[in-house]
Design a protein around this ligand. Structure first.
Ligand SMILES: Nc1ncnc2c1ncn2[C@@H]1O[C@H](COP(=O)(O)OP(=O)(O)O)[C@@H](O)[C@H]1O
Ligand SMILES: [Mg+2]
Length: 365
C-alpha cells in the first residue's frame, strides 16, 4: 500500500440525476494496491460513485483523477479501470474461454496471446480446466469467477466491483469473499468494491468508506470504523450499537455528563465542541453492555450504568441478547457469547445495564 501516490482521487464530486442529488461534494483518495470498499445503505450513491470513477457516468461537477491523470470526461475504455459485472452478464452462447478473452479480442490482440492470457487468468481464479464449458454449466460462484477473470485479463490497475457477490447464497458469499481478498493480494492492483453488506466489507477491506445520502460519511480501517465510529450514522450502520439521545448536563475537562432518562452518564468529550444544554447522541456496542438484575446494591453515581426494566432475551445460538427498556421505551441490548447458567430475570423486573469506562461514545452529528 502506498499512501503517498493515490491511484484514485475524487475531488468535490457531485452527480445529479434530474432533481436527485446522488452524490454531494465527495472527496476520496485511494492508494495504489488498496482493497477499498464503498459501504452503505441502498440508494446512498455507491453505484453512482463507482460508475463515475469507471467513466459510465459524467460528473455534474468535480473531478476524477486516476493514476495522476484527470479522466473526468474520458470514456471507460480510455481509463485504467475494469468493471466486474454480475455473474448473469456472461455471454451464454460463448465458452468460458471465449468470455474471458472477449475484451482482448475486441482490442484486436493476436489470437494466441488472447488464448494464453485467458488461460492464465482462469488458472488465477481457480478455473483451470473449465475453458470449454458454457456459463450455464457452471455454478453461480464459478460464473462469478469467470467475470473476475474477464475483468482482470484486461490488465488495468483498478478493478471496480459492484455488489459482486449479491447473487450468491450466504455460504458461498462468505467463501467467495475470502477468495476475493486473496485474489487481490495476489494480483496487487487496486480493488474498489461496492456492497451494502457489513460483514462482506469487513472481510475484504483494507479501508472502508461509508456512503449514505450521497455523502461520504466516514472512512477508515474496518477495526476503526467498528470500534471508534466518529459519526452517529456510522454507529447506527456498523455493528450492533445501542443509540441513545440525551442532554448535556455538564462539561468538566474531558468528561461530559449527559442526562438520559433522568440518569447521568459519563462520556469522553473527544475534543468535540459540546456545551451544557445541547442534545447529543451516545452509542455503545451491545457486546460491551452487561445486564444485571437490579438488587439495590448498584448505583448510577459512576455514570456507567442505566436502570430499566428487563423485557426479554433472544437466543441466537452463538450469542444471547438481553433487552432492557428505559423509562422512555428505548431498548438497550446486551449481547453475550454462549449460554448463561443463571436463569433470566422475570420479564418486567428491575434490571440494570452497565459497562466499562470508555465503552460509551459521544456523537454530535
Ligand atoms: N439512472 C438514474 N436516474 C435517476 N436516478 C438515479 C439513477 N441511478 C441512480 N439514481 C438515484 O440516485 C440515488 C443513488 O443511487 P445509487 O448510486 O444506485 O445508490 P446505491 O448503489 O448506494 O444503492 C438513488 O436515489 C437512486 O434512486
Ligand atoms: Mg448500487
Amino acid at each position: 500500500m502506498n499512501a503517498i501516490h493515490p491511484t484514485v482521487q475524487v475531488r468535490q464530486l457531485s452527480k445529479n440525476y434530474g432533481s436527485v442529488q446522488a452524490l454531494k461534494n465527495v472527496d476520496l483518495s485511494i492508494a495504489a494496491g488498496e482493497y477499498f470498499v464503498l459501504l452503505g445503505p441502498s440508494g446512498g450513491g455507491k453505484t453512482t460513485l463507482l460508475r463515475t470513477i469507471g467513466g459510465f457516468h459524467k460528473p455534474s461537477s468535480g473531478q476524477v483523477w486516476l493514476n495522476g491523470q484527470e479522466v473526468s470526461h474520458l470514456p471507460p475504455d480510455k481509463r485504467p479501470t475494469a468493471m466486474v459485472f454480475q455473474a448473469y452478464a456472461l455471454f451464454p452462447h460463448m465458452s468460458v474461454l471465449g468470455n474471458v478473452g472477449y475484451g482482448l479480442s475486441l482490442a484486436k490482440l493476436p489470437k494466441a496471446e488472447v488464448r494464453d492470457k485467458s488461460i492464465a487468468m482462469l488458472e488465477m481464479v481457480g478455473l483451470k480446466g473449465y475453458e470449454d464449458r458454457r456459463p450455464h454449466e457452471l455454478s453461480g460462484g464459478q460464473q462469478q469467477r469467470v467475470q473476475l477473470a474477464r475483468a482482470l485479463v484486461l490488465d488495468r490497475n483498478i478493478l471496480l466491483l459492484d455488489e459482486p457477490l449479491a447473487a450468491l447464497d450466504a455460504q458461498l458469499r462468505k467463501d467467495m469473499c475470502l477468495e476475493l481478498k486473496h485474489l487481490q493480494e495476489k494480483v496487487g492492483i487496486t480493488f474498489i468494491h461496492v456492497t451494502h453488506n457489513q460483514e462482506e466489507a469487513m472481510t475484504v477491506a483494507d479501508r472502508i468508506a461509508l456512503i449514505a445520502n450521497g455523502e461520504l460519511v466516514e472512512q477508515g480501517a474496518a477495526r476503526d470504523i467498528y470500534r471508534t465510529p466518529e459519526r452517529r450514522f456510522t454507529a447506527s450502520f456498523v455493528g450492533e450499537n445501542n443509540l441513545l439521545s440525551g442532554t448535556v448536563a455538564s462539561v468538566e475537562g474531558d468528561t461530559v455528563t449527559v442526562q438520559v432518562c433522568g440518569q447521568p452518564l459519563s462520556v469522553d468529550r473527544r475534543d468535540l465542541p459540546v456545551s451544557t444544554g445541547a442534545t447529543v447522541a451516545l452509542s455503545i456496542r451491545s457486546e460491551l453492555v452487561e445486564m444485571v438484575p437490579e438488587d439495590g446494591s448498584a448505583s448510577s453515581a459512576d455514570g456507567l450504568s442505566l436502570a430499566g426494566t428487563y423485557t426479554e432475551s433472544v437466543y441466537l445460538g452463538l450469542t444471547l441478547s438481553h433487552r432492557v427498556a428505559l423509562s422512555d421505551g428505548t431498548q438497550i441490548v446486551s449481547r453475550v457469547v454462549g449460554e448463561s447458567d443463571a436463569p433470566p430475570p422475570v420479564a418486567g423486573s428491575a434490571a440494570r445495564v452497565r459497562w466499562k469506562p470508555g465503552a460509551l461514545r459521544l456523537h454530535i452529528n
